[in-house]
Design a binder for this molecule. Structure first.
Ligand code: SAM
Length: 203
């Protein structure tokens, strides 16, 4: 891993993920987490303050980037919920079948290389009756915005840590073996090509 990925990108991602509009989105999904929680791509730990510590036993923070785990140190220290790091990608979740009560997925699916395998792993480790809580940006409903997403994506991916602008989030989640039970979507603040978000719950 080069200097950009290890030192600069974690700083940029930490800043970009701290925007007020993203905090509002986190507050809509993360507090519903309960029991043994698996967070995929924990990044610098922006979700930690949104967990309800009276309902959460602990959080497995799966994060393959050492730079992001380093960036998370302060949020982990201040967290009211215990964090147990898993330093592997979402394609290789090192948990037993049916281990987690909740899987949390926020602003991460866009950058997971093999999103299908990762979602199948999430489905495998989620207990029957458990829930996937998600909030992800992805393909916009308007043709002109979609056109821009496709045009910009190749360059964007290279500078933004593999982030794809145009993933079809609900179809991806269902292809991974989940049934979406609650779904909302809308444009958030920011450029329209990067701000169409889908959030809800699947099982
Ligand atoms: C935009 S950040 C979001 C971080 C965090 N989920 C949040 O809501 O602030 C995307 C994160 O996904 C991580 N990531 C990239 N590829 C991944 C993979 N294959 N499996 C799991 N996480 C991955 C990155 O290291 C990064 O921390």
């Amino acid at each position: 891993m080069g200097f950009y990925e290890n030192r600069i990108l974690p700083h940029l991602i930490n800043c970009a993920c701290g925007f007020e509009s993203m905090e509002k989105q986190r507050a809509k999904v993360v507090p519903a987490a309960e029991g043994r929680v698996l967070e995929i791509g924990m990044g610098s730990g922006h979700n930690l303050k949104h967990y309800d510590s009276s309902k959460v036993e602990f959080v497995w923070g799966l994060e393959p980037s050492e730079g992001m785990r380093r960036k998370a140190r302060k949020n982990v220290e201040q967290s009211r919920v215990e964090v147990r790091w898993l330093d592997l990608p979402g394609e290789e979740v090192p948990l037993e079948d049916n281990d987690a009560d909740t899987v949390v997925l926020t602003f991460t699916l866009c950058s997971v290389f093999d999103w299908l395998q990762a979602l199948q792993q999430m489905r495998r480790v989620l207990k029957p009756g458990g829930r996937l809580l998600f909030c992800e940006h992805g393909e916009a409903p308007d043709a002109d915005v979609r056109e821009w997403q496709e045009r910009i994506n190749p360059l964007w991916k290279r500078v933004a840590g593999g982030c794809n602008l145009n993933r079809k989030i609900p179809s991806c989640i269902e292809a991974g073996g989940f049934k979406i039970r609650e779904l909302e979507s809308d444009y958030m603040d920011g450029p329209r090509f990067a701000s169409y978000e889908y959030w809800g719950m699947a099982d």
